[in-house]
Design a protein around this ligand. Structure first.
Ligand SMILES: [Zn+2]
Length: 316
């Protein structure tokens, strides 16, 4: 049985105490996750700048010395296709539900020129990531109702639109590292399985049940929210297969629990739920189980001490 686990933290929260915690938990992969939302392009750029500093370089080297693989998991679309590019090329924009070309989220996946731009942009970004990790998550914009309703895209589901966009990114990334793989993020509108197996090569499933109830197991048949979030899980796994399939949960996402506002609240995990969910994911065949663990850095420790993450190691 593969017991691969991973935690995602904000890049600015990484320090040697975090590396100690990962080691103690037996977590071998660390995902750096810049803050999402409307300003995800800025937090991503700040992370890239951080990578250039000697202090951060030392932390990344220390992670490597301890056998911890570092990857990046982030909403990258707006960084890859910035506002000025959308301003200069209105036809690259998505058409929103009101029928307007809107420069708010994502792009029009039927616009080949926009996809070519995205592809080159993804190659440049990927080349700057430390170690150029084999598996990387360059998610689309962090929003609901963020896909294109133009005449050409209207008949494509958000899931299939995402497949087209990811393929453009993957083309760029694979020019830098031919065996690189990109995550298909299943959350919000992209929870239903795609229908385009011709676009599947090089993509793996990353399932993130954002709207779940964290106080109850994901497979609790009496929990309406969790039933809804897992409704498409089996068809997603049937489509993508179990290889590299990653569950990305929110058990330790203290940014969510703090409503994305500092100071952080005290994290109160539900160990029974964590262990039941991890067993559930394994039964389904997920190769990797991960959780957000943001807002648990030095400022958290100063208020509450080390966060309680033992259930993540126990469930592994
Ligand atoms: Zn379109």
């Amino acid at each position: 049985m593969n017991r691969s686990t991973s935690l995602l933290i904000h890049p600015e929260e990484l320090d040697t105490v975090w590396l100690d915690q990962l080691e103690a938990l037996g977590v071998k992969t660390l995902g750096l996750h810049p803050v999402g939302g409307k300003r995800a392009n800025e937090t991503l750029a700040a992370m890239l700048n951080r990578f250039e500093t000697p202090e951060y370089r030392r932390l990344l080297d220390e992670a490597e010395r301890r056998g911890i693989e570092v990857t990046c998991e982030m909403h990258a679309l707006r960084y890859l296709l910035p506002a000025d590019a959308l301003a200069a090329h209105p036809q690259w924009r998505r058409v929103n539900a009101q029928g307007e070309r809107a420069a708010d989220w994502n792009l029009c996946p039927s616009c080949g020129e926009a996809l070519d731009y995205l592809s080159e942009s993804a190659a440049r970004l990927y080349a700057r990531l430390p170690g150029r990790p084999k598996r990387v998550s360059l998610w689309l914009d962090d929003s609901q109702d963020a896909f294109c309703h133009c005449d050409k895209c209207r008949s494509l589901s958000p899931s299939d639109q995402q497949m087209i966009v990811l393929n453009a990114m993957l083309r760029g990334i694979r020019a830098v590292r031919p065996d690189a793989k990109l995550a298909y993020l299943a959350y919000f509108e992209t929870l239903p399985a795609p229908t385009r197996p011709d676009l599947r090569d090089g993509l793996y499933l990353e399932f993130a049940p954002y709207k779940r109830d964290l106080t109850r197991p994901l497979d609790d048949p009496d929990c309406e929210a969790n039933r809804r979030e897992t409704e498409h899980l089996r068809s997603l796994l049937a489509f993508f297969g179990a290889e590299d399939a990653t569950a990305l949960d929110y058990w330790f996402d203290n940014s969510l629990l703090s409503r994305y506002t500092k100071p952080p609240q005290r994290l109160v995990p539900h160990p029974g739920v964590v262990k039941a969910d991890m067993a559930f994911y394994r039964r389904l065949g997920f190769e990797r189980i991960s959780s957000f663990a943001c807002y648990l850095g030095a400022d958290y420790r100063a208020l509450y001490g080390l966060p309680k993450l033992d259930s993540f190691a126990e469930g592994a």
